[in-house]
Design a protein around this ligand. Sequence first.
Ligand code: ADP
Ligand code: MG
Length: 266
Amino acid sequence: MARIIAVANQKGGVGKTTTAVNLAAALAAAKRKVLLVDLDPQGNATMASGIDKRQVTLSGCEVLLEEVEISAAIVPTDAHYDVLPGNGDLTAAELKLMDALAREHRLKDVLAKVADKYHTILIDCPPSLNLLTLNALTAADGVLIPVQCEYFALEGLSSLLDTVKAVRHRLNPKLEIEGLLRTMYDVRNNLGNEVSAQLTQHFGDKVLRSIIPRNVRLAEAPSHGQPIHLYDRSSRGAIAYIGLAGEVIRRERGLPPRAEPVDEVD
Ligand code: ADP
Ligand code: MG
């Protein structure tokens, strides 16, 4: 049975999609079978995986509304992971789901149909705590929270953690915090170090060892429809996401995290 990890933070631009796509590719490179679910109507994870969201006819929308089987909508990628594509239609799905029975459980129920085909299912969440995100948190075993090492990084984290608690009480008792992931980290910037220290102070071992550096190759890769692993496998960004995949696999096996050296910037 697949482990399901939701990549969530209601703040936009913190590295959710970059993390979901590149972690999917890094896990696939480690021979894991991975499904990436794009639950953001912006469809960025779909595009970054080399699938044109405008050409997609069956998306997460039709799957959530139970108009098609999930297996009919899943698309393979060149980086050897599968994608359940997302696009603007997800906004319509969210609206229609509002009146549905057990509306928060839809995604959990459809993922159950393919869970035996994958080791890991990653869900890229939209930048809000809406019904789509609640569906992701209800389906997930763990929530991975990217935190940008910049101003106001901690802002909004407490409402996200309150939501996680509420979901655990009411919808999904098994939901764990997979970890807080420091993204866009720049060693030359004192602020990054301050934010990093604050995070560790507040959240202790919930902060993952892996740190994703600010790396221009990570920002370029999506416009080529490629994960970093295909676009530039020797870049610092690619190496960092391989490190994160290792840490996720070690956590899954109940092993202690390996100490990772703080990455330099390019
Ligand atoms: P979110 O999904 O949380 O909105 P994204 O993953 O789309 O965030 O990242 C926001 C922007 O920052 C994108 O343009 C992305 O390419 C860029 N970006 C993300 N992570 C990095 C990084 N580590 N280094 C440089 N640019 C990054
Ligand atoms: Mg995104």
